[in-house]
Design a protein around this ligand. Structure first.
Ligand SMILES: *Cc1c(COP(=O)(O)O)cnc(C)c1O
Length: 495
């Protein structure tokens, strides 16, 4: 059942399990599935469902070549003991709004929701193809994906993982999380460049025939754990349904009332999962796209012009320091299913760093999405405000979303209920979060973390506090020019 195809060519097709193993289509496009909106989820059946049951309902719409038993096994393996709360993604009331805490997994960022289950999908896919080569996952990270992918794939049979992160451009805690990773099949490389360079190298590696052939000869095939992999996206749809149902159960809304979701956005994966939830029948009024000072998406959604000819700024929300939001390509296809146009725009982006969409497509986007951004000072003010007014400490990414929501409400007077997606624990960014509450300097990241705990009174995950004692196991650095050689030498020498 080849129900998926590339955004750039209808004839470049794959089944779900093939799409998961390939990661990205051979023409550089992303795998999409047509007609998601045709087969809606009946909301009433979810009222009394657990998180796991909702995940099964959502995933059944996408994993069309997996059996029910296989889907259930993936879900229960991923979402039973690996999160620190049985709810998986608890919804917390903060002032007038609701915060959906997506950071209760092993690495304290929302990436865990998808990266705890993606290895299950890959293993199931490999079982369906017993003669398949072993997989080398190549991953680019702006900080959080890397560790979440390493944790998910660590010691998984027949799969190796190599992570590239931008040298000195991730938080101290994010770096420490990655370079202390155990597991015989893991490698971590600090690249002298920014996140977009990391992402470009990964995409180029997939498309480089010489490298791919060399891998083939060693009996390996590349795949991706970034949100360009469809297996990363579909698990993220579940928590949109889950949080909506929590509002219904708490009598905050009636079933079928519309709500807003506000999403701190980088690669456009999380918010695209929200759009897929809407296609599947979730009553969403607006999807609010929040950016930081790298507001390329705000500019795009306001003008229809995507222009990456600008400098990437380092901000206190590093997981959103991105100029190429890969998953936007899937949204464009969804709203304008013309693969030739998509291929043309992506070629223009690649060659000139810029493309422009027609007005009629921009109108459709603006009908569904609102957009805005917050700079570092505004993020800190928002952290401070929510602590003073609501006794809640949020991280630097979540505070971008909270600020953009305030702007949206002032701008529109909208009265729908709003859910803010909280994408990381405040302790992953202790120094910057604390600086919003207390101006004093402390000697190390660990002291910032302890001090922040005294202020916030929220427990520190043991997964973060134990890092201080863990040995550093990864020391690789490379340049853009040497990146492919580094990949090969790791495969030859370490794996
Ligand atoms: C990855 C990440 C984001 C951005 O999510 P996308 O799916 O890339 O848009 C936001 N916040 C945090 C903390 C993240 O780790």
């Amino acid at each position: 059942m080849k129900t998926y195809h590339s955004t750039r060519n209808l004839h470049n097709q794959a089944s779900f399990h093939e799409a998961v193993l390939q990661g990205i289509a051979s023409d550089g496009g992303l795998f999409v599935k047509d007609d998601i909106a045709k087969d809606k989820i009946d909301l009433a059946t979810l009222l009394h469902a657990s998180y796991q049951e909702m995940a099964i309902a959502v995933l059944s719409k996408f994993l069309d070549d997996f059996s029910n038993e296989q889907i259930e096994q993936c879900v229960y393996n991923a979402y039973t003991t690996n999160f620190d709360t049985a709810e998986i993604t608890p919804l917390v009331k903060v002032g007038k709004h609701h915060v959906l805490e997506l950071f209760h997994g092993p690495t304290c960022a929302f990436k865990d929701i998808a990266l705890q289950i993606l290895p299950q999908f890959m293993q199931t896919a490999l079982q369906m193809e017993p003669n398949h080569k072993d997989i080398v996952i190549l991953t680019a990270t702006s900080g959080d994906t890397g560790k979440a992918a390493l944790e998910g794939f660590k010691d998984v049979d027949k799969i190796k993982i190599i992570v590239f992160y931008p040298y000195q451009l991730v938080s101290e805690m994010q770096e420490r999380q990655m370079i202390t990773t155990t597991g015989k099949n893991t490698a971590v490389i600090s690249l002298h460049g920014n996140f977009d360079d990391c992402q470009r190298i990964v995409k180029q590696a997939f498309a480089n025939n010489e490298l791919v052939n060399e891998l083939n000869n060693m009996n390996y095939q590349f795949s991706s754990a970034n949100s360009i992999n469809i297996g990363r996206l579909c698990p993220q749809i579940t928590y949109y349904f889950y949080s909506y149902m929590q509002l219904v159960k708490n009598n905050e809304i009636q079933l079928y009332d519309k709500v807003n979701f506000v999403i701190p956005t980088g690669n456009f994966g999380n918010i695209l999962a929200g759009y897929y939830a809407k296609l599947l029948g979730l009553p969403i009024h607006k999807l609010i796209c929040a950016s930081n000072s790298n507001h390329i998406l705000t500019d795009f959604i306001s003008t229809g012009i995507y222009d990456r000819n600008r400098n990437l700024e380092k901000t206190i929300s590093p997981s959103m320091d991105i100029l190429i939001s890969s998953n936007l390509e899937r949204l464009l296809y969804e709203l304008h299913p013309n693969t030739e146009d998509i291929a043309k725009w992506m070629k223009q982006l690649n060659e000139n760093g810029r493309y422009e969409i027609p007005q009629e497509l921009l109108d459709k986007i603006q009908d569904i999405f609102y957009c805005g951004y917050a700079n570092d000072d505004e993020c800190k003010q928002t952290i401070n405000y929510n602590y003073e007014a609501n006794n809640y400490v949020m991280d630097t990414h979540t505070s971008c979303a909270a600020k953009v929501l305030e702007d949206y409400l002032k701008d529109t007077n909208d009265t729908h209920k709003s859910i803010i997606l909280s994408t990381a624990s405040c302790y992953k960014f202790s120094k910057d979060v604390l600086s919003a509450l207390d101006d004093q300097p402390y000697p190390s990241e660990w002291e910032y973390m302890n001090k922040l705990q005294q202020v916030s009174k929220q427990p520190i995950s043991e997964n973060l506090s134990k890092l201080k004692e863990m040995p550093i196991l990864h020391h690789n650095q490379t340049t853009k020019e040497d990146a492919f050689d580094t990949i090969l030498s790791i495969i030859k020498e370490k794996f």
